[in-house]
Design a protein around this ligand. Structure first.
Ligand SMILES: Nc1ncnc2c1ncn2[C@@H]1O[C@H](COP(=O)(O)OP(=O)(O)O)[C@@H](O)[C@H]1O
Ligand SMILES: O=C(CO)[C@@H](O)[C@H](O)COP(=O)(O)O
Length: 475
């Protein structure tokens, strides 16, 4: 048995996977996000740890006792600042936090040169520029900066380590060479001593501490490097070779394509990062609020939960031409606009607009945002496997297939894709099993092909951002 732990933004998911790759059990412990100031997005690392333990302890006792290795996956880019005794100095600044935007311009030329990526506000390095200027006492006390899942690793094993896929999202990694970049570290007043050791995703990074093992009913087993949640999702979905791609419908929305090598294309905000396997890279586009918009519109409209809101949308028959258009920029946007100050908008409301129409517009607007991401990619994938919490809705699947104009494939275990990928990396780290044997595509459950043309609505959607852009910063 292999234990995969995925530190998502909305919760920690743990899965146990057997020798044949079947997900035997899964458990989720919810997390909340704190937004104490405009553009800020934070979580307490202590809450991650409590949720991690809560999710593991709910897995069946017998399965836990049979675990042979653990893999970690997690939300990317977040900054956990530790002092010289490994005490957390402030709440973690998350991937969808836009406060560091003013520091990106200065880093951008170097980021393009040394990492092949744009300096974007959600990445880790600009966050440290913000801390250095705005919280100088915290910056001076900082001795290590860890990514979210790597903080869990520290508590699980006592080791400070990261791996290439997640480290790519810091802007401190030389992505082509898979090593820390002294130039990028110096640009934020740091050097390699602030960074954890680097391993590959399918290498062992340490061993579970005895006390933690006893508390969680686990044996003392190796913990693999793991991956950032998107690369872990790719391993779970069997997206490892050029031409393979997936769509993630988590808090964020991601189009991820495995590439033949390191192929930087920073225009339009396409990220070129290391994959979780050695000598492999990938391209991805990221929208900051995807399924997060469903939670928001559910609260806004007063439906009891996301499935009820989706059901109301499915039964609503207002002609699509009468629906408002929704710009899904509730936390700003990364790809393609690279604008943390962009805002959510309902455009075209009328007396006929009610709760179900708003939910429908939201489902559609997230689709349009994802289409913007897909169009930013250098080449369009033939099909996309779908993973993440949003993969639970067939109604949304057809809307998305129509907008994206690409077949969408729903596979077994889609909603726990990154946790499954983390478990697979643990298996690769501990056994001699091959990537081809372990990283298979899970069986197909259903397939949604484009049926109705949405290009006219999409053109209207696209016209709104340039028209509103200059006003966003004023709010
Ligand atoms: N039945 C459902 N259909 C579609 N989306 C859903 C459903 N239930 C939950 N979700 C969405 O799943 C999202 C969480 O997905 P998940 O992949 O777990 O995110 P993260 O990894 O960011 O924590 C929530 O934002 C929620 O809107
Ligand atoms: O910023 C990115 C990827 O670059 C996000 O995808 C985060 O990694 C959060 O992922 P989810 O919580 O939405 O899975």
């Amino acid at each position: 048995m292999w234990l995969g732990i995925d530190l998502g933004t909305s919760g920690v998911k743990s899965v146990i996977v057997d020798e044949d790759g079947a997900v035997l059990s899964q458990s989720t412990a919810a997390l909340s996000v704190q937004r104490p100031n405009p553009l800020w997005s934070e979580q307490a690392p202590a809450a991650w740890w409590e949720a991690t333990k809560a999710s593991i302890i709910c897995l069946p006792e017998k399965q836990r006792a049979s675990v042979k290795g653990i893999g970690l996956s997690g939300q990317m880019h977040g900054a956990v600042l530790l002092d010289k005794t490994d005490v957390v100095l402030r709440p973690a600044i998350l991937w969808n936090d836009g406060r560091s935007a003013p520091y990106c311009a200065a880093l951008d030329p170097m980021a393009r040169k040394f990492t092949g990526n744009l300096a974007m506000a959600g990445f880790t390095a600009p966050k440290l520029s913000w801390v250095r200027e705005n919280e100088p006492e915290i910056f001076s006390a900082t001795r290590k900066v860890l990514l979210p899942k790597d903080y869990l690793r520290l508590l699980l094993t006592g080791e400070k380590a990261s791996e290439m896929s997640d480290a790519s999202g810091t802007l401190w990694l030389d992505v082509a060479e898979r090593r820390w970049s002294p130039e990028m570290l110096a640009a934020t007043g740091m050097d390699e001593r602030y960074m954890p050791a680097l391993v590959e995703g399918a290498e062992v990074s340490g061993k579970l501490r005895r006390a933690v093992a006893d508390e969680l009913g686990l044996p003392v087993v190796p913990v693999a490097g793991g991956a950032g949640d998107q690369a872990a999702g790719a391993i779970g979905a069997g997206v490892t070779d050029p031409g393979q791609a997936f769509l993630s419908l988590g808090t964020s929305g991601v189009v991820f394509a495995a590439s033949g090598g390191f192929e930087p294309a920073p225009e339009n905000g396409v990220h070129a990062f290391c994959h979780a396997l050695p000598d492999r890279w990938h391209a991805m586009t990221v929208m900051l609020s995807a399924a997060a918009c469903l939670d928001w519109v559910t609260r806004l409209t007063g439906f009891t939960d996301v499935p009820s809101a989706l059901e109301a949308a499915a039964y609503n028959d207002t002609p699509a031409s009468k629906l408002p258009l929704f710009l899904p920029y509730l936390s700003g946007e990364r790809t393609p606009h690279n604008n943390p100050s962009a805002k959510g908008v309902f455009f075209g409301m009328s007396q006929e607009t009610g709760p179900a129409e708003l939910v429908r517009s939201t489902l559609e607007g997230v689709g349009f945002g994802l289409r913007d991401g897909l169009d930013a990619m250098a080449s369009k994938p033939d099909q996309l496997s779908v993973i993440g919490g949003g993969a639970q809705s067939e109604h949304w699947a057809q809307i998305l297939a129509d907008i994206l104009v690409v077949p969408l494939i729903y596979r077994d275990g889609a909603s726990v894709g990154p946790a499954n990928g983390a478990a697979r990396l643990a298996r690769l780290a501990v056994t001699a099993d091959s990537v081809a044997d372990v990283c298979t595509q899970p069986p197909e459950q259903s397939r949604f092909c484009p049926k109705s043309n949405q290009d006219d609505r999409f053109a209207k959607f696209r016209s709104l951002y340039p028209a509103l852009k200059s006003s966003f910063g004023e709010f």
